[in-house]
Structures are given as C-alpha cells and as structure tokens.
Design a protein around this ligand. Structure first.
Ligand code: GLY
Ligand code: MN
Ligand code: MN
Length: 464
C-alpha cells in the first residue's frame, strides 16, 4: 500500500469535483472457483484500491460530497477470522491506514444507502462487472438488478477517468516495477523458445516470475506458436523449428499496477528470410510510433501511422498494392491487423475499461470511428503527460479471414490475394511496448526487452 496521503489526496481531488450526493465504492469480494471456500486469487476492485487502498473484501468506501465526509463500512474482526487467517487489523486501524476517520458497520450499509435514496440524495455508483457484486448492490438498494443501471453515474465515471488517466510519480514508479518484472518474464521466454518445448512450460515459468515478484500476471498469458489467433490462451503446442512464438504477457505489482509487453521470437532463435521481412515491418511500425508519440497528439493518429507503415511494408514485399493513403482510408490493413494499436495502461491492463471503453478512450473531441480498420481502436483521444499507453502493432495471416475477404472480392485494388495465399501457414507477429507520455515526448517503460532482429537473435543464441 502507498502512504495514506496518496489515498487522501485522491479522495480530496474527487471531493473538489462538482458532484453532489454520495459516491459508493464497494470492495471486491472473494470469488469462489469450484466450491464456496476454494476461491480464486483475491483481486481488489481497482477503483476501490485507487481511492481506499485496502486489499480486503467486505468493505465499502463512501464519499459524501455534500458533507465533505468519507466513511469506511466494514466488519469488526471475529475470532473465526483470526483462527483461519491470523491476527487482523481492526476496522478502525484499516481506515486509519488510508486516512479515513469514520467507520461504520457494513451490516448497516443497506439502511444507509436506502435512507440516502429516500431523502432524494444522488447516489453515484460505477458500473458493476461481477455477478456477486450486482446481487449485493441490488440487495443494498432493495431494487431489481436490472434497475442498478439507474444509479450508474456518467458524471462519476468522467471524474474518475480524469483522475486515473494521469499517472503520478508514485504510480509511474510502480509501473516501472511491473515493467521490470515483464522484462524478466519475456527474456526467460525467449531463452526457452527452443524446438521440443511445450508452450505451457513457458507460460507456467513466466507466470511464476510474476507471482514471485509479489503480484500476479496482469492478464492471462498469451504464449502461442499460432500468433495469428490474437488472444490465444491454449498452451498445448510443441514448439517446432520454422514457427515463431508470440508471447504477450505482463505482471501487476502488489499495488495492482500493470505492464503489458509482446515479443515474437523464432523457435530456435534465428528468423528465416520470410519471417524477417514481415518482422521488420511490424518493428518499423512499433518504432515509428514510439519515435513520434508526444503530448497533444491523438492516439488515433498513432494508430493511423502504424497502419500506414504496415501497408507501405506489405506493398514493398508484394502482399499489398496500390495507393498507400487510399488503402489506409479504406481500412484495407484490417486484413493483416484486425485490432487497434493499443490501449491505456494502469491499474487495469486495459485501464478503466470497466467504466466503458468509450468513456476511457474517447471524449467530446473525438468519437469512435465506424470505419473498419479504425472502429476496433480502444483509444483515440488526445494524449497528455502522465498517460501510459501501449504501442502494439502486428501483422497476422488469418486463413479464415483471408478466405472470407477473397470470396467477397474485398479491396482487390489493394490486396494481392495470390501472394497472400502463400502466407496462410505463417502465423502472426506482434511487438508491444508500454509508453509513458512525458512533457515533450514519451519513454518506453522498463529496461528494454530485445526487439530488433539482431538483438532477438543474439539474445536467443546467448551472444548478449
Ligand atoms: N494483453 C492484451 C493486449 O495486449 O491488449
Ligand atoms: Mn499485450
Ligand atoms: Mn496490450
């Protein structure tokens, strides 16, 4: 946990907004896996953790904008909890550790919230995303689950996004730690990328690195020789010479700050000519975005830059053709990169997307495009110093998508289907870094995982 003043100043900043009424931040409960007492690894709700810091279930934080008060609802420690979980801080001690003065019994929370509603006060909640939390909220408000949406507050969402999107120095220091852990995860995976190894051996090993660092992975690892499947969570393939391994993985710190990097490594450590050609295009897209990204620029512009570089590169190797700018506008790159350039990063790997993708990635100055090749972009808005965003271009050869577009005669002015046919067995390549937007540009978080062809090969072959 950070110093209590971090949480106090975050709540003070929210208190200074124009909001009226009360904001309710429930902590996540334990989540059962295969029977009630066998729970998944506990993960606090990021918004609760941001404002109230505590890493425990069965708590609700309340900010009363009208009275200028903060309250922590919770339960006194019972002897049963001490027997099973060891000595625990009291509710008051917990509240004190994050600078909250008032505590109340969580068993009275329903009464508290219904009283506020009856008095006509505005009660703001953020969109609930877990089934058990929806049931809890519906019980507290004494309403049908479907009516919870009336309490989901667009105004609170916007205020929370304004605060969480700009990372402070302590948050950046945490994200550096997450990036350092990711460095160890990725370089270990690269060393293990040899014929005969099974994907799950690599996945398990790098997950262990994240856990040993004190947190867990920031999302389920993607470790796949079938990189053309974007979020491939099956890990049963044996690595064979001639394939490449896509590893998209990151760690989160004990304070829940994430990293998210991707590297693509040839099995055995040496790219063949065809792999090298496509890899160099993706690398150029990744590096040009990193070279040009700065505050004041729209993330949509970064995406367009990456799309243009990919089209230009694919034209040069004969997989695409025609006018490059027209192909960008038409979204023809979607055949090869059917995802956006990336997303915001923070306490969630897709930061704050629980508040609604468009609420986080777009604003009044830019709305999501409906054009294929751009509509998939999770974030389009203007970058500010303190934002952390990912830069993750890719090129994939997805046989089903190639067949579909070819059958539809789609973008025949821009795509050389005869040449593309020969790449159906290629797989996919993605390269991802985490960029902190600084006062005049950006910097990549972490120590820099090998990514040029030479560095990847030298690293795999033990030359660096
Ligand atoms: N980790 C999934 C992604 O890169 O968005
Ligand atoms: Mn990723
Ligand atoms: Mn990502």
């Amino acid at each position: 946990m950070f110093d209590k003043n971090v949480y106090k100043s975050r709540r003070e900043a929210l208190m200074k907004s124009q909001l009226k009424g009360i904001a309710v931040f429930p902590a996540n409960d334990e989540a059962s896996c295969n029977y009630p007492d066998n729970t998944y690894h506990y993960r606090q709700d990021s918004n609760f953790a941001y404002f109230f810091g505590l890493d425990h279930p069965n708590l609700v934080g309340v900010i009363d904008f009208d009275k200028g008060e903060e309250v922590l609802f919770g339960e006194e420690v019972t002897i049963d909890t001490i027997i099973w979980c060891g000595p625990q801080p009291s509710l008051e001690e917990q509240a004190e550790s994050v600078g909250v003065k008032t505590t109340k019994d969580i068993n009275r929370f329903g009464e508290f919230v219904r009283d506020a509603v009856e008095k006509g006060r505005t009660v703001h909640i953020l969109p609930p995303y877990r089934g058990d939390m929806k049931i809890c909220l519906a019980r507290w408000f004494d309403i049908n689950i479907c009516d919870l949406e009336h309490f989901v507050s667009q105004a609170l969402i916007e205020e929370v996004v304004k605060l969480r999107e700009v990372k402070s120095d302590v948050e950046i220091a945490e994200m550096e730690i997450a990036a350092q852990t990711a460095y160890r995860m990725h370089t270990t995976a690269m060393k293990m990328c040899k014929p005969g190894v099974v994907e799950q051996e690599i996945s398990g090993t790098i997950e262990g690195i994240a856990i040993a660092a004190g947190g867990m992975v920031s999302f389920p690892n993607i470790v796949s020789v079938n990189g053309q499947t974007l979020h491939n969570h099956g890990h049963k393939n044996i690595l064979r010479e001639g394939r490449m391994l896509v590893v998209d993985a990151g760690a989160e710190t004990e304070n829940y700050y994430a990293s998210d990097f991707t590297r693509t490594t040839p099995v055995g450590g040496k790219f063949n000519q065809r792999q090298k050609e496509i890899y160099e295009i993706v690398l150029k897209a990744n590096m040009e975005v990193a070279a040009k990204t700065k505050p004041g620029m729209k993330y949509m512009v970064m995406h367009t830059l990456a799309a243009r570089t990919i089209i230009e590169g694919l034209n040069a190797v004969g997989l695409m053709k025609g006018d490059i700018d027209e192909a960008v506008v038409a979204g023809a790159h979607y055949l090869f990169m059917p995802h956006g350039l990336g997303h915001m990063l923070g306490m969630d790997v897709h930061d704050m997307e629980g508040l609604g993708e468009d609420n986080v990635g777009y604003d009044n100055a830019i709305h999501r495009s409906s054009q294929q090749g751009f509509s998939c972009l999770r974030c389009g808005k203007t970058l500010k110093p303190g934002f952390v965003v990912t830069d993750e271009p890719g090129i994939y050869f997805i046989p089903a998508l190639i067949d579909k577009w070819k059958a539809e005669g789609k973008h025949t002015d821009f795509i050389n289907y005869d040449a593309v046919e020969k790449y159906k067995d290629f797989g996919g390549i993605r390269i991802e870094d985490d960029l902190l937007i600084t006062a005049d540009g950006n910097r990549i978080l972490g120590p820099g995982i090998p990514k040029t062809v030479k560095d990847v090969e030298d690293f795999c072959l033990g030359n660096i």
